[in-house]
Design a protein around this ligand. Structure first.
Ligand code: NAD
Length: 352
């Protein structure tokens, strides 16, 4: 076994169908008395339900979260928090809503209770992002890591299959990159393998029957593990490419992860054989890259960049940008290899 450092900040996790009803107790436990509830406009109903449960502990609702946390939205939410005298933030939703909570906590230092309703995993990471003038900047600060996370699979029953599938593939991507992270460790690898197993078996079941509460719980468990992996170790060529494509070409976040992942895995396959072996085994397959591709096909998720808005003439620019300041990765991230990866992903070719 190689030497490693394990330095994992903790969150309190409440997991299970019906766990949402614990929200008021969890807010009180933090010593807070005025919780501002955050959501997207589409999930305002979930936010109102949180307020109903919080009763006198609710300070109000800010239902204006949008993807990638534009600085204007963060400012508006921070102002609402000040006006309402909030001392804690309840983020009910996916990565966009939790990201907004992080943007407020970054400034105020006040605690977040996250109630995740997708599989993106942001609730388990100290990573925040803010978008200003079209450029998304990310950073790490333990202040933004939610103090308490309530995972209630009942809240995910409304997540449509076409969002559930790619969201779960986004979580698998965190796990896979955690397996070959240069600063990885055996505990996080255990989490990653179990995360891939849980998501690999639950996503097809969810797409078949979105009301399957056991499969929903299994996927949320996988998402928890995946978020923990993402928060604990560094990310490689896959996440770098997704950030580049998402930021520069405005491609949808979870879908771009879904399309790129099998090709990024193929790119790294020779340089990270142990990670490949574990990934394939967790998916019950012989080889990691085709197994991930086949899972996407099985759950009806997109497999080609050309079908999610990527212009063909942007591939070279994307390869240039992704190789300028590459993240640490097991295989050197050079232009020709990355362009080849992107061309295969553009066409949606099954990697062999
Ligand atoms: P999202 O939060 O944007 O949600 C997608 C859509 O699904 C929204 O309209 C939302 O309201 C809706 N939705 C969410 N849950 C629902 C449910 N249960 N039922 C019905 N509709 C529901 O999507 P996401 O993929 O979770 O988050 C993406 C964002 O999170 C990106 O900005 C990404 O960069 C960020 N992210 C950050 C981290 C981190 O560690 N900081 C990790 C992963 C993702």
């Amino acid at each position: 076994m190689r030497n490693f450092t394990y330095d994992q900040p903790g969150s309190r996790v409440i997991f299970g169908a019906g766990a949402f009803e614990r929200l008021p107790d969890e807010v009180k436990r933090l010593g807070a008395t005025r919780a501002l509830v955050l959501s997207t406009p589409e999930q305002a109903r979930d936010a109102r339900e949180a307020v109903r449960r919080l009763g006198g502990l609710a300070a109000g609702i800010f239902a204006g979260a949008v993807m990638h946390v534009p600085i204007e939205t963060a400012r508006e939410a921070r102002e609402a928090a000040r006006r309402l005298g909030a001392d804690c933030y309840v983020a009910v939703g996916g990565g966009s809503t939790i990201g907004l909570g992080k943007a407020i906590a970054l400034e105020s230092g006040q605690p977040i209770v996250a109630v995740p309703t997708t599989y993106a995993g942001s609730e388990m990471t100290p990573i925040y992002g803010l978008t200003e003038d079209g450029i998304k900047k990310t950073g790490r600060d333990r202040k933004v890591l939610p103090k308490t996370v309530i995972y209630d699979p009942e809240l995910t029953l409304t997540l449509p299959p076409k969002i559930s599938g790619p969201s779960g593939m986004n979580a698998i991507a965190h796990c896979v990159e955690g397996l070959y992270a240069l600063d990885g460790n055996p505990i996080i690898s255990m989490f990653a393998a179990e995360g891939i197993r849980a998501l690999g078996r639950s996503l097809p079941a969810i797409v078949k029957d979105p009301a399957d509460i056991d499969a929903r719980a299994d996927a949320l468990y996988g998402a928890w593990l995946a978020g923990t992996v993402l928060g604990a170790v560094s990310i490689g060529v896959h996440h770098k490419l997704c950030h580049t494509l998402g930021g520069t070409f405005n491609l949808p976040h979870a879908e771009v992860h879904t399309v790129i992942l099998p090709h990024a895995v193929k790119f790294n396959s020779r340089a990270a054989p142990e990670a490949m072996r574990i990934t394939a085994e967790a998916l019950g397959a012989e080889s990691a890259a085709p197994a991930i591709f086949d899972l996407s096909v099985r759950i009806g998720a997109p497999v080609a960049l050309k079908n999610i808005g990527m212009p063909f003439d942007g591939l070279e620019r994307a390869a240039e940008l992704a190789t300028q300041n590459p993240y640490a990765n097991p295989r050197p991230v050079e232009y020709a290899g990355v362009l080849e990866l992107l061309r295969s992903a553009y066409e949606g070719k099954r990697p062999e």
